[in-house]
Every structure is written in C-alpha cells, then in structure tokens.
Design a protein around this ligand. Structure first.
Ligand code: FES
Ligand code: FES
Length: 157
C-alpha cells in the first residue's frame, strides 16, 4: 500500500476479513467504515454517542463507532450489520425483527440488531430488564420499543 502523507496504515478485521486501510489519525471508526470501506449499513446520526445508530461490535462488545478513533481499532475484530446475515440467509434476530414488526423507518435497526446480538451472546435468555438495559444506548423514534423488545425476547421461539 502506497504511503500517503499524514496517514497511518490501519490493520483490523471487519466481518471476519482482514482489512488494511490508510487513515488520518483524526478519523473515527464510523468514517472509515462508511467512507473508506463503504459499509454504509452502520448509520451516522448524532456523532456524539447519544443515538446508537452507529453501534458496531468490537472484540465482542458494542461500541459507538462515532466515538472510537479508527486507530484505536488496530488489530481488533469489528462486526457490522453487513456481517450479520445475508438477504438469502437472515440472522435469527433479523427474522424475528421482521416477524414482530420491529422495523419502521429502519434507521436504528442495524445498531439495535448488533446490541441485541451482543446481549444474547453473553446472556441467551435475558429478562425484560436485561433487554432494556442491553438496548438502552439505541434510540428508536418510530416503534416505541415494544415490538423490538418482543422480537429480542422471542428470537428462538
Ligand atoms: S452517531 Fe454515534 S451515537 Fe449517534
Ligand atoms: S425504526 Fe425508525 S428509528 Fe427505529
């Protein structure tokens, strides 16, 4: 990879694939995902850590990609919504969100799904309170959360 002034080579894994990208030290992970890697399923909202639409999983834990500097992800494993399922083979959470009508405009959905995935990986049978806590960093202005919670509760039913 050719040298670009002011930029640093970042190596990480995204959705299981090794990625190398030249980044400016001021760039966030959100910018790298959306603008350098064209993974636009990770949404850009407040860019201040308030809305959760930029949620991705980094080494098993959810983070707001707008608050993580790209260089902090050196050697880390990042999971984005593009790694969750495919149109032909949806992830069980995606199926459950559809089944329970948990998607309206869809802007919060990628981040919501990744928060739910991270929660269920740690706790396969969360209580209502644990689900609420698990998605507390993800704002949805459409659904009122009831159907989202139902979709997470019933993912394996
Ligand atoms: S865009 Fe990252 S929390 Fe809102
Ligand atoms: S479905 Fe519109 S913000 Fe959640």
């Amino acid at each position: 990879m050719s040298k670009e002034p002011g930029k640093t080579l970042l190596k990480m894994k995204v959705n299981g694939k090794a990625v190398e990208v030249m980044v400016n030290p001021t760039w966030t992970l959100l910018r790298v995902l959306r603008e350098e890697l064209r993974l636009t399923g990770t949404k850009k909202g407040c860019e201040q850590g308030d809305c959760g639409v930029c949620t991705v999983i980094m080494d098993g834990r959810t983070v707001n990609a707008c608050l993580v500097l790209a260089l902090q992800t050196e050697s880390k494993e990042i999971e984005t919504i593009e790694g969750l399922g495919t149109a032909d083979q949806l992830h069980p959470l995606q199926k459950s969100f559809i089944k329970h009508g948990a998607v309206q405009c869809g802007f919060c959905t990628p981040g919501m799904l990744l928060s739910a995935k991270a929660l269920l990986e740690k706790n396969a049978d969360p209580t209502l309170e644990e689900i609420k806590r698990g998605i507390s960093g993800n704002l949805c202005r459409c659904t009122g959360f009831v159907k989202i919670i139902k979709a997470i509760q019933n993912v394996h039913r």
